[in-house]
Design a protein around this ligand. Structure first.
Ligand code: MLT
Ligand code: ZN
Length: 477
């Protein structure tokens, strides 16, 4: 388990007393509170490696008023509160590392309204991303942010990290669809952060401050999302390359040619091989000489335009020495290719002890990032499986423990990661594109930000949460 930064040990909180437990039970009802260790096993984990931290109590509020009273009480008593969505996070953001109250938002699972007049929807944060997508689709509408875990991640969790996904390359991340938020502050006050309008120039934009704040500033209880019309058609192609770097070079050229694909995903050969083994069959064989594949999708309302886009993309890929391009002809083929792509993370996890980094650079610097990651791996003796959102310059680097000794793993890894992140910075990038900082990346924040800038963030946190009860020990310790 990772060691916690020193600053966290210095912050003191009060222990949960039976008075608090009784008070919480009287607020939410006895069926919605648990001190059962088996429950702690579930609520003490997310999808970040094998980390686990037990809370002192799991509470499942059902109303905003209950949350307001819970926060007010915990704030007065200086008891930590960690808000949790569906627990699919990849940076330890939802782990209750200081114990206290684990506030599960699972009962906030309603789509409250879909406004087809204004193309927007109001939802509760516990709604699962895919369920929301499917509901708006029935009305011809589209909510594009589609993390790989869309079948299980919650919209509130997506807000916490401004999650992206394959479609971010054309449509943007969660942030780009949030119009307004209802938030409960640690004081118990309930606010709306902005307005349900497409434009907003009315003081500081608190909505955008809350998106990506990883549950450290307040508890989101309602979300107003912008929606867009659902594109009618899409085309999907899988493009193999004998050189991973050439694949990365081709990515930038597509955008330079004036085409913005609706997805432009990169997978090294091992990533796709492991995922096929883990998640299912495909009707083509992965040739041993392939180093990487690009999964490219275009969408729109005019098939002729899509055919023409695909032709231009194919030409660019061929100029970068791709092997034969495979077009998905049927909905089933498309679904199976997307399934393979979406399952890569889980497949890697099931294969070996690993450490995942969420590097992001400017798109045209992607080949340099990939080369650098491999060189740093050679220097420190570790291999990596890389995949991710190439069109965004967002490369998920999975460093694999495999047969490495614990000593090499524990000593070399932090040095290697530091160098990878320094490389990201030198390429104009940063240390997380969509997984957030949470617990596991905070020790690297100083690579990106000078001390006074980190202090500025801490000061902002203090304004909202002077007793630091909300998700303590996250982002900057
Ligand atoms: C992905 O792109 O597959 C997700 O970010 C999940 C992951 O990296 O495990
Ligand atoms: Zn991703």
């Amino acid at each position: 388990m990772d060691k916690l930064p020193l600053e966290m040990a210095e912050q003191s909180y009060n222990k949960l007393t039976s008075i608090t437990l009784n008070h919480l039970e009287s607020l939410v009802g006895k069926d919605f509170i648990s001190v059962d260790k088996e429950q702690f096993e579930k609520y003490g984990r997310d999808e970040t490696e094998d980390l686990v931290f037990f809370p002192d109590v799991v509470v499942k509020p059902q109303t905003v008023e209950q949350i307001s009273k819970i926060l007010k009480h915990c704030n007065e008593q200086k008891i930590p509160v960690t808000t949790r969505g569906a627990g699919t996070g990849l940076s330890g953001g939802a782990l209750p590392i200081k114990g206290g109250v684990l506030l599960s938002m699972e009962k906030f699972n309603k789509i409250l309204s879909i406004d087809t007049r204004n193309l927007q929807a109001t939802v509760e944060p516990g709604v699962i991303n895919y369920i929301f997508q499917e509901e708006v689709k029935k009305l011809g509408l589209f909510y594009p942010p589609d993390p790989a875990s869309w079948g299980s991640c919650s919209l509130g969790g997506n807000i916490a990290h401004s999650s992206g996904g394959p479609k971010a390359v054309k449509y943007g991340t969660t942030r780009d669809y949030v119009l307004n938020l209802e938030v409960v502050l640690p004081s118990g006050e309930i606010i709306w952060t902005g307005a349900n309008t497409l434009k907003y120039s009315t003081g500081y934009n608190l909505t955008h401050l809350f998106v990506g704040s990883e549950g450290t500033l307040g508890v989101v209880t309602k979300i107003v999302f912008k929606l867009i019309p659902l594109p009618k058609f899409d085309m999907l192609m899988l493009v193999p390359f004998n050189s991973a770097e050439k694949a990365c070079e081709a990515v930038g050229e597509v955008f330079k040619a004036g085409i913005t694909p609706s997805a432009m995903e990169f997978m090294e050969r091992d990533a796709i091989n492991w995922s096929i083994k883990y998640a299912g069959e495909v009707n083509f064989a992965i040739k041993p000489e392939w180093e990487a594949l690009l999964l490219v999708e275009v969408d729109g309302n005019n098939m002729d335009v899509l055919y023409s886009d695909c032709e231009i993309i194919s030409n660019i890929m061929q100029q970068h020495e791709c092997d034969e391009i495979l077009f998905a002809d049927t909905a089933d083929q498309k679904a199976s290719l997307w399934k393979i792509r979406r399952k890569v993370g889980e497949a890697v996890k099931s294969n070996s002890v690993y450490k995942e980094e969420d590097t992001v650079v400017m798109r045209a610097e992607l080949p340099k990032l990939l080369r650098g990651v491999k060189d740093i791996g050679k220097k420190y003796g570790f291999s990596s499986v890389c995949y991710g959102h190439a069109g965004d310059g967002n490369l998920h680097v999975n460093i694999i423990k495999g047969e490495l000794s614990d000593e090499v793993w524990n000593n070399a890894l932090p040095k290697g990661i530091t160098e990878i992140f320094e490389l990201c910075k030198s390429l104009g990038g940063t240390i997380s594109g969509e997984h957030g900082i949470g617990l596991v990346q905070q020790k690297y924040m100083s690579i990106i930000f000078p001390p006074h800038q980190l202090q500025l963030m801490r000061d902002i946190k203090k304004v909202f949460d002077p007793n630091s009860i909300l998700n303590p020990g996250k982002i900057f310790g």
